[in-house]
Design a binder for this molecule. Structure first.
Ligand SMILES: NC(=O)c1ccc[n+]([C@@H]2O[C@H](COP(=O)([O-])OP(=O)(O)OC[C@H]3O[C@@H](n4cnc5c(N)ncnc54)[C@H](O)[C@@H]3O)[C@@H](O)[C@H]2O)c1
Length: 534
């Protein structure tokens, strides 16, 4: 973490809390208002009086530009610094941005005695300026209300939010998803479940509907509930059955009724606590109930933590096919607790790891090498390895989602590496035989082997990939599966594209290539070499 940047209205305690944080972290403290005064040799009211607000803002921006180059500093900014987009971008790219808030009455009480606040001439002005700046204060990483709290308490809470470990660094990994309309944060941190209230966006209503399946709610519902209650939220739980069967319109109708009974209104969030099934289902309900209520993802399977909770795809199945009804609806926050994987059946962990291998192969040789080195520690669910790996996958998916939020330009297509043969194998073997990730692992092996056959990829890399998948415990062969059935399903998948089967292949680690038309003979030869029969 480079810097901690405190933003917020005047009188919310940025200077006193900043000094408290700096003392605890033993980092330097910088107050940008004080820097302006030091550089100009004038007090802020004098600058406003003699040179005007424009001059002050220019000086402030120059100073922000300079101080943001430093590292490991606590920086308190002036109340209006967030108005300039350039400042907001600098804060974000060089630090974690925390907004301090307080009730208007509390702010007025704190500032009325002082004569160094040139923009504040009365109680009404506080409310007016607060409203004007509201949008800017929302566009931050974390928010904290300081009303009726001492700086020591606020400082302690901020360090808890960041997961500060006295001997080391911060255990929180934060990934910002920048989108044109509503960006959001992904927080990855062991133990975050018991502290969720610290990470929920400040503007949410207090009534909350938690949607979870029977198994996950028994395991983690109580922890989540007490964490929500600590933040004065009033949660209601609605359970659904485990498994794909819950992604269904009759269940959606049931969940609308539950939302009404729980008193969910426009600003009250729906929280998904569970795997991809619960995330897709609860997200669809959140997207459509009252034309959209805030949605929070707390993914509990590896697949959901590295993939399905990010990117805003929500939906349910129809009898005719999977995910046929749905929408793009972005969550307001994704809270990922890698320790929840400890109760996940090992088969689900292995299946989720296939997606992680995919990220490494297609986008990040570093991640792939890390997996090769540390896969055993990952399988043992050591949070020191699961946390950075999950966070890296989130970063990689976020980069694609930011470029192609609604899958319009093809950037997200690369996420389907290994998936076309994977889907064809899932269908050919009868749904339920393989977990999705297990079929994807076979698809990954097949795509790598196809890349070798087409002269694109060094055979050593295929051997390494196969070796890694097998160490994870994922099969890479097609024994017992019929070649023609797999091929038929590949064609079926792509029937709209004149029977040409486009493949995402690899030239090297991190170097994907889209091959528009792979000849049938080569595909069937690959399937045969991988063990599929006639
Ligand atoms: N929206 C997207 O972008 C996207 C992407 C990929 C997949 N999906 C969807 O995701 C779904 C599959 O998700 P999944 O693989 O997470 O399956 P899942 O949600 O069915 O969860 C698998 C099983 O694990 C259990 N479980 C979950 N968390 C647990 C925990 N921490 N401890 C113990 N048990 C736990 C669940 O009760 C369930 O029985 C599919 O419906 C698929 O369509 C969506």
């Amino acid at each position: 973490m480079n810097n901690i940047v405190l933003v917020g209205f005047m009188g919310t305690g940025k200077s006193s809390v900043g000094q408290e944080l700096a003392r605890r972290l033993q980092w330097p403290f910088i107050d940008t208002d004080a820097e302006v005064e030091r550089e100009t040799g004038l007090s802020i009211p004098d600058i406003f009086r003699h040179y005007g607000e424009g001059y002050f803002r220019k000086k402030e921006q120059d100073i922000i530009q300079r101080v943001m180059q430093g590292k490991r500093q606590v920086i308190a900014t002036g109340g209006g610094a967030v108005i300039k987009k350039e400042n907001r971008q600098l804060f974000r790219s060089h630090g974690i941005v925390i907004c301090l808030r307080a009730d208007p009455e509390v702010i007025w009480d704190r500032v009325r005695e002082k004569d160094d606040r040139p923009l504040l001439q009365g109680r009404e002005q506080v409310a007016k300026l607060l409203a004007e700046r509201e949008l800017f204060y929302r566009d931050v990483d974390l928010t904290l209300d300081t009303s009726h709290k001492a700086p020591e308490e606020v400082g302690r809470t901020i360090l808890a939010q960041l997961g500060w470990q006295k001997k080391g660094d911060f255990s929180l990994q934060l990934i910002r998803v920048n989108l044109p309309i509503a960006g959001y944060n992904i927080f990855v941190r062991p133990g975050i479940l018991s502290r969720v209230a610290l990470y929920l966006p400040g503007e949410l209503g207090k009534r909350v509907l938690v949607i979870s399946d029977n198994k996950v709610s028994s395991l983690y519902g109580p922890v989540l509930f007490s964490a929500l209650k600590e933040g004065n939220y009033q949660p209601t739980l609605k359970r659904v059955a485990e498994g794909e069967g819950a992604k269904e319109l009759s269940v959606v109708a049931d969940l609308y009724q539950a939302s009404l009974s729980a008193g969910i209104e426009r600003h009250c969030p729906i929280i998904a606590l569970g795997g991809g099934v619960v995330g897709d289902l609860a997200g669809f309900v959140a997207a459509t109930f009252m034309r959209g209520v805030p949605f929070i993802q707390i993914p509990t399977t590896l697949l959901a933590q590295v993939d399905s909770s990010i990117g805003g795809k929500v939906g349910v199945n129809l009898p005719q096919g999977k995910n046929l009804v749905g929408s793009f609806y972005q969550p307001r926050a994704v809270l990922i607790d890698p320790t929840l994987l400890q109760s996940l059946p090992p088969r689900e962990v292995r299946a989720g790891l296939a997606e992680v291998v995919k990220y490494g192969l297609v986008f990040s040789p570093e991640l792939y090498h890390l997996l090769e080195r540390e896969v055993d520690r990952f399988l043992a669910l050591d949070p020191h390895i699961t946390t950075p790996v999950i966070a890296e996958c989130c970063r990689l998916k976020t980069a694609l989602v930011e470029r192609d939020e609604r899958e319009e330009y093809g950037h997200r297509m690369l996420l389907n590496f290994g998936h076309n043969i994977g889907h064809a194998v899932e269908r050919a073997s009868g749904y339920g035989t393989f977990r999705h990730g297990e079929a994807v692992a076979i698809g990954i092996a097949a795509a790598c082997y196809l890349s070798v056959k087409l002269g694109l990829l060094n055979p050593d890399i295929f051997d390494r990939v196969k070796g890694l998948l097998e160490r994870i415990g994922l099969s890479t062969h097609l024994y017992g599966i019929n070649i023609n059935a797999v091929y038929g399903n590949l064609i079926y998948d792509k029937k709209a594209r004149e029977q040409k089967i486009p493949f995402i292949l690899l030239k090297d680690l991190g170097k994907p290539v889209i091959f528009e038309d792979v000849p049938r003979e080569i595909i069937t030869a690959v399937l045969k070499d991988l063990g599929a029969g006639k």
